[in-house]
Write a protein that binds this ligand. Structure first.
Ligand SMILES: Cc1cc2nc3c(=O)[nH]c(=O)nc-3n(C[C@H](O)[C@H](O)[C@H](O)COP(=O)(O)OP(=O)(O)OC[C@H]3O[C@@H](n4cnc5c(N)ncnc54)[C@H](O)[C@@H]3O)c2cc1C
Length: 407
């Protein structure tokens, strides 16, 4: 039976990042992914699934030598962010120049990130990618975990990591509870749109009483990726519209900020829930990314938190003779659970405030947005938070020298 230091189940953005990071410590890693991602070609149409990637996540990718591979494919930096409100005259604008940063983040297609990570993994002797492959059976023992795959192959490892997404099979098999902390009763409708006017390298977000609508700039001035979060009944209606009616509804909801919406791609809808696993670790097992937690996409933080999970777990395991040592795993859990939970409740407060139909709350938030817009220090703090540059972070996410991949 072949043995590894760590076996990661799930080669999405978070699992593949962890595999790259553990390889920096010369750990022998197996990465098991069920579905091979479609190869990327430069003239491929834009994907429906994109992520707003923070500076902290950029630092992680830079440290792993993956950032140039992402940039060689497709990524769009945005310099500004404009947020405005449903029925008051309030608006707030953030500008990277105000904090001396080159941009406020990047909008990147999920497939671009995943394929760049897998490309990097192919160059690493420490990592064996098993794809397409699934786990059939897991046996936890005191000093190792044994796995049988659907192909019949058998492996053992000192540590198993579940990076298999929100519906994690590994988490379920381990009997770890998965609580829906908030069922937002909303769905996010996503698609690619072409607008009459260029996007101005700006991330736009309008808060409607039924939920936020975001336009995220893509690497062609007239194309954006939209995330329209709305109460389930409204989202179902949006999904049922024909293309012409959808374009009209979107143009109106976005208040013609970029002129008419002149083309839209196919649409997809995702139910939105805030979830937390009952535990992030148990003996010989750690959960990372969506397998451990999910949040509302309104601040575009889900995968950024997952990447911090991966970087923190790798940092905590550095120098450990046994990468499955439970005390080290507990340290990882302590470092990440508070951060992830705080972000979820922060998003919840935001969503409630902006989703409220109570008139005085509307006035209050209008006042709040306008006030914040006039207080540079507060705006600065907000931007630093959104870039992921505040608070305790693993070294690699701080972009410190000496944390880069050495090759
Ligand atoms: C509409 C929407 C917009 C969002 N926008 C943003 C944003 O702007 N910024 C941001 O930071 N986050 C955003 N998020 C959140 C982000 O998409 C997720 O947090 C992120 O995809 C989680 O990554 P992951 O690797 O943990 O899980 P996943 O992306 O779900 O990857 C899990 C991987 O595991 C594999 N897998 C599953 N089961 C098995 C198995 N049994 N065996 C082997 N492999 C398996 C899957 O094939 C997949 O590749 C958004 C989410 C939504 C719904």
């Amino acid at each position: 039976m072949k043995s590894f230091d760590v076996i990661i189940v799930g080669g999405g953005m978070v699992g593949a990042t962890l595999a790259c990071d553990l390889a920096r410590q010369h750990r022998r890693v197996a990465l098991i992914e069920a579905r091979p991602p479609q190869a990327f070609k430069p003239d491929d149409p834009f994907d429906l699934r994109v992520s707003a990637i923070s500076r902290a996540s950029q630092h992680i990718f830079e440290g792993l030598g993956v950032w140039p591979l992402i940039q060689a494919k497709r990524a769009q930096a945005y310099d500004r962010m404009t947020v405005w409100e449903n029925d008051s005259q309030s608006e707030i604008r953030f500008d990277a120049a105000d904090i001396g940063e080159p941009d406020l983040g990047h909008i990147i297609e999920n497939r671009v990130i995943q394929t760049a990570l897998l490309e990097k993994l192919e160059t690493l002797d420490e990592v064996e990618l098993l794809c397409p492959e699934r786990v059939k059976d897991i046996e936890y023992e005191e000093d190792q975990v044994q796995l049988e795959l659907e192909s019949g192959r058998q492996f053992s490892a000192r540590l198993l990591v579940a990076a298999d997404g929100a519906r994690s099979w590994v988490r379920e098999q381990a009997g770890i509870a998965h609580s829906v902390i908030r069922d937002y009763d909303q769905k996010a409708v996503v698609c690619v749109v072409q607008t009459e006017q260029g996007h101005e390298y700006t991330a736009w977000q309008r808060f409607l009483s039924t939920g936020p609508l975001a336009f995220l700039p893509l690497p062609d001035r007239h194309y954006s990726s939209i995330v329209w979060s709305a109460d389930t009944a409204v989202a179902d209606e949006i999904m049922a519209l024909d293309d012409e009616a959808f374009r009209a509804a979107l143009t109106q909801a976005f208040q013609l900020r970029l002129g008419e919406v002149i083309w839209t791609s196919e649409r997809a809808a995702f139910p939105l829930r805030g979830t937390q696993a009952g535990a992030y670790v148990k003996p010989r097992l750690a959960l990372v990314g969506d397998a451990a937690h999910t949040i509302h996409p309104l601040a575009g933080q889900g995968v950024n938190l997952g990447l911090l999970d991966a970087a923190t777990l790798a940092e905590v395991l550095k120098g450990e003779r046994d990468p499955g040592r439970f005390l080290a795993l507990r340290r990882y859990e302590r470092m990440r659970r508070g951060d992830n939970t705080a972000m979820m409740y922060g998003m919840e407060g935001f969503k409630r405030l902006f989703g409220s139909r109570v008139p005085w709350l509307g006035q209050l938030r209008g006042l709040g947005l306008n006030m914040v817009d006039r207080i540079p220090l507060l705006k600065r703090q907000f931007m630093i938070q959104a870039l992921g540059l505040a608070g305790e972070r693993p070294l690699i996410a701080q972009g410190l020298r000496g944390n880069r991949y050495e090759n």
